[in-house]
Each structure stands twice: as structure tokens, then as C-alpha cells.
Design a protein. Structure first.
Length: 274
């Protein structure tokens, strides 16, 4: 097993751990967002528009918490991994200073990301609530049965949604942290770096991600997923079609490792040869 195959394996295990960490956080946030609608239904029945009743203010604090939890952990993990890959485990590195810089970057990104995504999340919440409300109301049951059916249906849908959000956002946020940590190391080695798209190579992988798999480019260049350009897997620039449930990562390297791969003929036509 070469270093990239090993990284794929380690990343898969790490991501599963992150998904488990995020799952209760998203379940709690989604519950907070729909609680006012549940309360309203208990008082007035299920024939109402939830648009202005849901709690729209849960996402800012939720994402700041997640970025602090996962983004920083991933940045540190990648910085130390880079150092080990280059055989410099014992080299003193200015990581304390970098952590302060990374914290600021992650907080700025979290604030912007939460602002960007809050409306989309709230729109989806309203859509789900409307579906569940309509289904409960149109059956013509008595009020108590309508309410019971509504709560069962919406809670089931939110449970599934929390699973999707946990996987999707663990990829987005951990890959951002990984990018930040890798750049921290590469800047200390002179600043020139490269990155490789690493997919899972299984039947669940999107064709566009498989096409980009093992492609190596300069660290500031963009990957191309069937015409969509991005810095890394889970990038904010990607459409939902390329982002939801993505499990990919990027592997980073300094010019030193890149040159070593070139000398060993491990890079052919812009792709890593495993």
C-alpha cells in the first residue's frame, strides 16, 4: 500500500469519526429550528404556513462551533502529517503562532459560510414542514391524529437530513482545515506546493469525481469536476450535485515530495501513478 492509498484509508476512518461527532450537533440544531412549528401545531392544528414560525437563528452559532471543533482539529492533524511525511517529526515548528492565524481564518470562513447557507437550510426546513403538514391535513383525520402523524413524519425526515448534513459538512469543514494546515507547513518549506484529488474509488463515487481522481495540480490551481471548478472537495463554490454526501479529500505536498515523485516516475500526464 503506497502513501496515497494509505491516506485514503486513514481519511475514510477519520471522516466516519467526524460524522459521528457532527450527527448529534445537527440533530439538536434541526430540532431547535422546528420546535416553534411543533409548538404552534399543538395549539392551532396542522393547517398553517411555517415560513415565519421556524427558528431561523440556530445556524450561526452551530457553524461557529463546528468550525472550531473540526476545522482546527483537521488543520493540526494535517500539519503534523505533512511534517511526518517529510521525515521531520523532530523539527521544531512555529505551530503556536499558526494556530492563532488558523483560528482567525476558520472563524471568518464559518461566519461567511453560515450567512451563505442559513437561508438555504431554512428554505429546506420550510419545504419539509409544508410537506408533512399537508400530508397530515389532507388525510382528514381528527386533530390529535393529524398532530401525531405530522410529528412522526417531520421527525423522521429531519433524522435523515441530519445524516446527510453530517456527512456533507464533515467533508467541507475538515477539508478546509486540512487545506489550511497543509499550507501552513508548505509555507515553511518555501511556499510551493501541490495537491491531489483523492476519491474513495468505489461504486458510490460520482463519475466527475472519479475522472478527477489522482490528478495533481499546483496548490492554488483549481480542480475541474465536469466543468465546476473548486479548490478542494466540499468547496463552497460547488453545486449541491457535486457536494452532497461527498467523501473525497485532497492530498497535499511540498515541492520536495513532488520532485521525489517525479524522479520515481510516479507522476504521468498530470496524475499520480499508484
Amino acid at each position: 500500500m503506497n502513501e496515497f492509498q494509505q491516506e485514503r484509508k486513514e481519511w475514510a476512518k477519520y471522516q466516519r469519526t467526524l460524522e459521528k461527532q457532527l450527527l448529534p450537533i445537527f440533530r439538536k440544531a434541526l430540532k431547535k429550528s422546528i420546535d416553534p412549528a411543533i409548538t404552534y401545531a399543538n395549539v392551532f392544528g396542522v393547517n398553517f404556513d411555517p415560513t415565519n414560525i421556524i427558528n431561523r437563528n440556530v445556524w450561526q452559532s452551530t457553524y461557529l462551533n463546528i468550525f472550531d471543533l473540526i476545522g482546527m482539529k483537521s488543520a493540526k492533524k494535517e500539519f503534523y502529517r505533512q511534517r511526518t511525511m517529510e521525515g521531520m517529526e523532530n523539527k521544531a515548528s512555529a505551530i503556536d503562532f499558526l494556530v492563532d492565524v488558523w483560528s482567525g481564518k476558520l472563524r471568518d470562513f464559518a461566519t461567511n459560510y453560515a450567512f451563505f447557507i442559513s437561508d438555504k437550510l431554512n428554505e429546506t426546513t420550510v419545504k419539509i414542514l409544508n410537506q408533512s403538514l399537508s400530508e397530515a391535513y389532507e388525510l382528514g383525520l381528527d386533530k390529535d391524529d393529524q398532530l401525531r402523524l405530522f410529528e412522526l413524519d417531520v421527525n423522521k425526515k429531519m433524522k435523515l437530513r441530519s445524516l446527510t448534513m453530517s456527512r456533507t459538512e464533515s467533508t467541507t469543514i475538515s477539508n478546509l482545515g486540512k487545506d489550511i494546515g497543509a499550507r501552513g507547513w508548505i509555507e515553511q518549506q518555501g511556499g510551493q506546493g501541490y495537491k491531489v484529488w483523492l476519491g474513495r474509488n468505489d461504486a458510490r463515487e460520482r463519475p466527475s469525481h472519479l475522472d478527477e481522481n489522482d490528478r495533481i495540480i499546483e496548490i492554488d490551481d483549481l480542480f475541474n469536476l465536469d466543468g465546476e471548478l473548486c479548490q478542494r472537495p466540499g468547496d463552497l463554490s460547488l453545486s449541491l450535485n457535486e457536494k452532497i454526501n461527498c467523501r473525497c479529500t485532497a492530498s497535499y505536498m511540498s515541492i520536495n515530495r513532488y520532485n521525489g515523485l517525479k524522479k520515481r516516475n510516479r507522476i504521468i500526464d498530470g496524475k499520480i501513478v499508484n
